[in-house]
Design a binder for this molecule. Structure first.
Ligand code: PRP
Ligand code: URA
Length: 209
């Protein structure tokens, strides 16, 4: 699918299977999401541009590779996005962080915004939006709409699971934003949940219902 990368690394797929299992505890679910986020972060940043700087090793001077450009921004779609964010910050500790507070209205499935805070100068930075679930894509589209309205022009969307319907809607709304996911599942059910999926990511992460 154009603009969509499925991260099929065996470790990602193995951990994802444990996360999907309804017997997996909240503590394990959270730990696995953090572990997977390291591997997903590796993929979503694979083509970042490098420049060089001069350093002195103990033996000699060299031109050594270093990331080019301004610090990345990770934009976490609350609540569940924070499960991906933590591991990503382990890998890229200097990244800036935006928080986009959205919840899905259970009747309409529309995204309702309740919080937004982002670093300045979004226009100069790569913004990686993180949320484990891309279901109807209402939340993802709203998050990217908001970030673009605040100046972001260079974005990527990273999730754990995506529904085909969500990918289609997201790509139609934001064709310039590539999607990275660990799996494209079968479908959405009548309540807008991803099937087979893993249930409600926020509830499974935080032990709520
Ligand atoms: C979940 C998930 C996404 C959204 C996906 O969040 O983390 O943000 O649903 O569904 P969509 O693609 O149909 O919009 P939820 O609204 O349950 O909030 P939470 O993270 O606070 O639990
Ligand atoms: N949000 C979730 O957390 N899970 C789904 O399956 C759909 C939306």
């Amino acid at each position: 699918m154009q603009g969509v990368t499925v991260v099929d690394h065996p470790l990602v797929q193995h951990k994802l299977t444990i996360m999907r299992d309804k017997e997996t505890s909240t503590a394990s679910f959270r730990r696995l999401l953090r572990e997977i986020s390291l591997l997903l972060c590796y993929e979503v940043t694979r083509d970042l541009e490098l420049t060089t700087r001069t350093i002195e090793t103990p033996l000699t001077r060299m031109e050594a590779p270093t990331l080019e450009g301004k610090k990345l921004v990770f934009a976490s779609v609350l609540r569940a996005g924070n499960g991906l964010l933590d591991g990503m910050l382990d890998l890229v500790p200097a990244a800036r962080v935006a928080h986009v507070g959205l919840y899905r209205d259970h009747e309409t499935l529309q995204a309702v915004e309740y919080f937004f805070k982002a670093p300045s100068n979004l226009e100069d930075r790569l913004v990686i939006v993180v949320d484990p679930m891309l279901a109807t894509a209402n939340s993802a589209v709203a998050a990217v709409d908001k970030l673009k309205s605040r100046g972001a022009t260079n974005l990527r969307f990273l999730c754990l699971l995506a529904a085909p319907e969500g990918i289609e809607r997201f790509r139609a709304a934001h064709p310039d934003v590539p999607v990275f996911t660990a799996s494209i599942d079968e479908r959405l059910n009548e309540l807008g949940y991803i099937v087979p999926g893993l249930g409600d990511a926020g509830d499974r992460m935080y032990g709520t219902k």
